[in-house]
Design a protein around this ligand. Structure first.
Ligand code: ZN
Ligand code: ZN
Length: 383
């Protein structure tokens, strides 16, 4: 259990991390901060620069070789903080607006207790991951031979969640968070004088038709029992008030919970793009990338997760999530390799949304978050 003095330290760590937000793979100072703390606890098995700036520390206790991983993300966002707090970001344009400062501090607290007090039989891998926000960090650590250099058979993690009451715990088995695909469509024709549309091959009207046609993929091509969202989020053209555009760019994202749906959407989108291009004599470039895969929680371990959580958060505050959410998390990349469970801990009903300039991780959930991770290690590696 996290003592009140360790809880105070975790708050200090969280607020210190909040002041030094770093983006993507540039989490150099954050990684150094983590390594310094782990060394202060007396943990010696620490590997840095895993998949970029990732840190993997190992704690052993007893004689079993069964290993599980606990994961925290370290990266911040390119958002200018608008909170007026004593520990406000010292780096203009960068901010911990997703609470990864809190996740890191939570895992440090759990590491401290697991190292000092043990209470388990096996191996705990602590994964501190960079670049979660743009979905590259987990894969980068995996590509750096994470699973062979630091083997583990299960992985566990959580994200704080605004809107869920403070200190409440939620998860569910199966699909829990969605895949995210990004697309960019560039239509190229011939711009020209707005009074002479027939002399050129302008792109704005065809682009508008295409945007409307894209709405038919979910409504007419996807099984209504499946979940999918296609959002056109940007539209740019090089037109002027009296000049028709020769180039239009449409971009956006797609969410789904099933790889075959994502593939189907890509194929249908490409068909529409090519048809519009043919109809209007345009050239076209189509890019479609899988940024995040769906996060699928292991059935058995997610039931275990709820059991463990009810002993930490209390039965009243532990809930099976009603439905998956269409947000994405690159924790899914680990779950594609080993079973595990990801969960949400409520950041409070009053909390500003994630990625908002007024968002702040609520320090009141550091203790229960760390107690949960400790309980997971002790339950899964029981003595
Ligand atoms: Zn985020
Ligand atoms: Zn996040």
């Amino acid at each position: 259990m996290i003592s009140s003095s360790l809880n105070l330290s975790m708050k200090k760590w969280r607020q210190s991390l909040h002041q030094i937000p770093e983006f993507g793979f540039e989490t150099f100072d954050t990684a150094s901060f983590i390594v310094e703390k782990l060394k202060n606890f007396g943990i010696t098995d620490i590997e840095t620069n895993v998949g970029g700036t990732g840190v993997v520390a190992t704690i052993r206790c007893g004689n079993s070789n069964k290993a599980i991983a606990l994961r925290a993300d370290m990266d911040a966002l390119m958002i200018t903080e608008k909170n007026d707090v004593a520990y406000k970001s010292l780096r203009p344009g960068f901010m911990h607006a997703c609470g990864h400062d809190g996740h890191t501090a939570t895992l440090l607290g759990a590491a401290n207790v697991l190292h000092n007090e043990g209470g388990f039989n096996g191996v705990v891998r602590l994964l501190f991951q960079p670049a979660e926000e743009w979905g590259k960090g987990a894969q980068s650590m995996i590509d750096d031979q994470l699973m062979t250099r630091f083997p583990f058979v299960e992985i566990w993690g959580f994200h704080n969640m605004p809107g869920i009451p403070l200190g409440f715990f939620e998860t569910c088995e199966g699909p829990f968070m969605s895949a995210e695909d990004n697309f960019e469509i560039i239509l190229k024709g011939l711009g020209g004088h707005s009074s002479l549309p027939h002399k050129g091959r302008e792109t704005l009207v065809p682009a508008c038709s295409l945007i409307m046609e894209l709405q038919t993929i979910v409504s007419r091509k996807i099984n209504p029992n499946e979940t999918a969202v296609i959002s056109v989020t940007e539209f740019e053209s090089d037109g002027l008030r009296n000049a028709l555009p020769g180039t239009s760019v449409i971009s956006g994202d797609v969410r789904s919970f099933n790889k075959s749906i994502s593939q189907k959407i890509k194929i249908e989108m490409e068909k529409l793009v090519n048809s519009i291009a043919i109809a209007h004599d345009l050239e076209v470039e189509f890019k479609y990338t899988n940024e995040f895969i769906p996060l699928i929680n292991d059935e058995e371990l997610s039931k275990k997760s709820l059991e463990i959580a009810s002993s930490v958060f209390g039965k009243r505050k532990t809930k099976k999530a009603n439905e998956p959410i269409t947000g994405s998390e690159d924790f899914a990349r680990y779950l594609d390799k080993v079973p595990g469970s990801f969960a949400f801990i409520g950041n409070g009903s009053e909390s500003k949304p994630l990625h908002n300039p007024y968002y702040d991780f609520n320090d009141e959930i550091l203790q229960c978050g760390a107690d949960y991770l400790i309980a997971v290690a002790r339950s899964r590696l029981s003595v």
